[in-house]
Write a protein that binds this ligand. Structure first.
Ligand code: SF4
Length: 213
């Protein structure tokens, strides 16, 4: 079967000029979006507009920190979006956890769970930075540079494993069979480790989980 490739050229130009966004307004970055939408920056002139449901959208904006509970909904929404689809992470919270890096219930790195195409640095990123990111995304799509949804499908087991390390993925994943299989693997690994547990062993495992989370 031919390898899937991202659209480019005329198809890429058309795709990049009609990005419909699903904004998952988590964290502080969400308040930077209204100025990007309104008359001063006016993102609609690039063909970018908000959509109500994941199935209509092709650009997912993660606008800041994510709790494990919210991450579940975000992944579920991403999996429902049509292809091609793109993800932008806003601010240091999506890059490395930001000021919540040692929080017990937020994730540190978004790209362990979803294929992030672009990050916008800053805490919080200004509207100029967001517009710049949109322009880079549009240009990159035209050149066929962004292929996050293809990476997600090709490495689905790896993503599911990372997701299963921090939450139960069985009921809501689109590929339920794979989710069940990966979940069982992770549980089995945990069981073995805790059966043979010595205190340093458990600490080592806890550190590995916290690196993933
Ligand atoms: S990066 Fe800064 S502005 Fe963005 S969600 Fe985190 S703390 Fe808030």
């Amino acid at each position: 079967m031919a390898k899937e490739r991202p659209p480019k050229g005329l198809k890429g130009w058309a795709q990049g000029r009609s990005l419909w966004i699903l904004q998952f307004c988590t964290g502080c970055g969400a308040v930077e979006l209204p100025p990007v939408m309104t008359s001063r920056y006016d993102m609609e002139r690039f063909g970018i507009t908000p959509m109500a449901t994941p199935r209509q959208a092709d650009l997912l904006l993660i606008t800041g920190y994510l709790t494990v509970k919210t991450l579940k909904r975000v992944i579920r929404s991403y999996e429902q979006m049509g292809e091609p689809k793109y993800v932008i992470g806003f601010g240091s919270c999506t890059v490395n956890g930001g000021m919540y890096w040692d929080s017990y219930n937020t994730i540190k790195r978004l790209d362990l769970y979803l294929p992030v195409d672009l990050y916008i640095a800053g805490c919080m990123p200004r509207p100029e930075a967001i517009i710049e990111a949109f322009n880079r995304l549009i240009e990159g799509i035209k050149q066929g540079k962004f292929n996050g949804w293809i990476r997600y499908k090709e490495n689905l087991r790896w993503y599911k494993r990372n997701q299963a390390m921090i939450m139960d993925i069985r009921k809501w994943s689109i590929d339920k069979k794979l989710a069940e299989e990966v979940w069982r693997e992770v549980q089995e690994e945990r069981r073995k480790i805790f059966e043979q547990a010595t205190v340093p062993h458990v600490y080592e495992y806890a550190e590995r989980i916290s690196e993933v989370g």
